[in-house]
Design a protein around this ligand. Structure first.
Ligand SMILES: *Cc1c(COP(=O)(O)O)cnc(C)c1O
Length: 433
């Protein structure tokens, strides 16, 4: 399979190149040239299949031309060592719990898959060490660091803003050691992102080392998230509730929802999508006006969605050939203030006894407001509520326990390198590596 750039000014790339580079030369995002339809027989029997079995069928459609079947199967099965159940929350509304992975974040699947696929290419081609740079405001860093931990031939540098990441999140990528280096930057998340972007564009650095990105711009990070939607459909079908499904995705960089849209193009019977936003409402405004107008991000309690220029918008635009009407037919949008998110968390707990995290709360509320008669709603619960323990407890007025998997990180010893936000300092650090 070849991959083209959404900016259409770079040569098409192989899967290997697309994964190794992350972003195309023209700063566009890579898209697969064809999206394969899956046969009706697959959808007829999908409810009898396990999550890894379903995922392998989907992975084969994307990556089957480029990865040996046995290796691809192993990559999929190694990635999916946990379940993503659908849980009934209230009448006609279900939570698709994506937080049962190693760092309790939905990004675990993409990060683990990408690490294994990259390792496959390194072994096959005898490449030298590949270096993954990732800027994080919390969740991406932990999922990527844990997904790549101990993977031979790859070194990960996590850049995070000093004092602006929760203690639990920080411990998830600073206590690992081995092939994971945490860089504590004296600046903001935007400064961290700028350092990473500058590194990708620096000729001298790129001659010195192989650099790639593990954000959802990378096809190997975002495409595997399509597995979730096929699995959700299968579990809903098993419950006899698979007709007229509306999928609602709390969105930041729009990688997760884009993966769902790919699933729909492959034939997955999802009636429509809802993108739920916090106060960062760029996509919501685009749906209303047809104008994409990026803004600096605003801080909210659903901080993994604080994105003012969602990178995967380019993929959605490309998928629908830039047709605003078509996009509006498939996706509708909601935007919620912190007060509305808080209210949704409190009411959902009182009425249903279900504990939402602030991100999932946007998804739940959008379905509450937007579901039409006859439709069944499934929203992605993207993070475990314990990750936002203090916020959640204060809102619902009850204690929540931290799962052992999360607690064990906080017992490790923090190892990080302090650094200013100046590119020259970062560059000379990398040149010495
Ligand atoms: C990353 C993240 C999101 C946003 O996902 P995108 O793919 O960037 O739209 C939502 N919720 C949580 C908890 C996340 O970590």
């Amino acid at each position: 399979m070849k991959y083209y750039s959404t900016n259409k000014k770079a040569p098409v790339a192989t899967l290997k190149k697309a994964v190794e580079k992350g972003l195309a030369e023209d700063r566009g995002l890579y898209m697969p040239e064809t999206i394969k339809q899956l046969p009706e027989s697959f959808f007829n029997h999908i409810d009898e299949m396990t999550f890894p079995e379903i995922a392998y069928t989907v992975a084969e459609a994307f990556f089957g031309e480029d990865v040996e079947p046995d290796s691809l199967k192993k990559i999929v099965y190694d990635t999916l060592s946990f379940e993503c159940p659908v849980v009934s929350v209230s009448k006609d509304i279900y939570a698709l719990e994506l937080f049962h992975g190693p760092t309790l974040a939905f990004k675990d699947v993409g990060a683990r898959f990408m690490a294994r696929l990259l390792q496959y290419f390194i072994r096959q081609e005898g490449l030298g060490q590949v270096n993954v740079l990732v800027a994080t405001s919390g969740d991406t860093g932990s999922a990527v660091a844990n997904g790549f931990l101990g993977v031979e031939g790859i070194h990960v540098y996590v850049l995070y803003p000093k004092g602006k990441v929760s203690k639990i999140q920080e411990s998830q990528f600073t206590t690992l050691g081995r092939n994971i280096t945490a860089l504590e930057i004296d600046g903001t998340f935007d400064d961290c992102q700028a350092l990473v972007k500058n590194a990708f564009m620096d000729t001298q650095l790129n001659q010195h080392m192989i650099l790639t990105s593990a954000n959802s711009i990378n096809v190997a990070r975002f495409l595997p998230q399509a597995f979730y939607y096929f699995n959700a459909y299968a579990r809903m079908k098993a419950l006899g509730r698979a007709d007229h499904i509306v999928v609602c995705v709390p969105s930041g960089n729009f990688g997760n929802i884009t993966a769902g849209l790919f699933g729909q193009k492959m034939g997955l019977p999802i009636k429509r999508f809802i993108a739920a936003n916090n106060a960062n409402d760029i996509f919501y405004q685009y749906l209303k006006t047809g104008i994409y107008d990026p803004k600096p991000s605003k801080q909210t309690i659903a901080n993994a969605m604080d994105v003012g220029d969602p990178s995967n918008f380019a993929r959605i635009y490309d998928l629908f050939h830039g047709d605003h009407d078509e996009i509006c037919k498939t996706i509708s949008g909601y935007t919620f203030s912190d007060e509305q998110i808080t209210e949704a968390m409190a009411t959902c707990y009182q009425e249903n006894g279900y504990i939402l995290d602030p991100h999932g709360a946007c998804g739940y509320r959008a379905l509450k407001e937007g579901l039409q008669p006859g439709e069944i709603g499934v929203f992605c619960e993207t993070a475990h509520p314990a990750k936002f323990k203090d916020t959640v407890e204060a809102i619902i007025g009850a204690k929540i326990t931290i799962p052992e998997r999360l607690a064990k990180f906080t017992k490790g010893k923090k190892q990080s390198t302090q650094m200013g936000k100046d590119f020259s300092e970062f560059k000379s650090f990398l040149l010495k590596e």
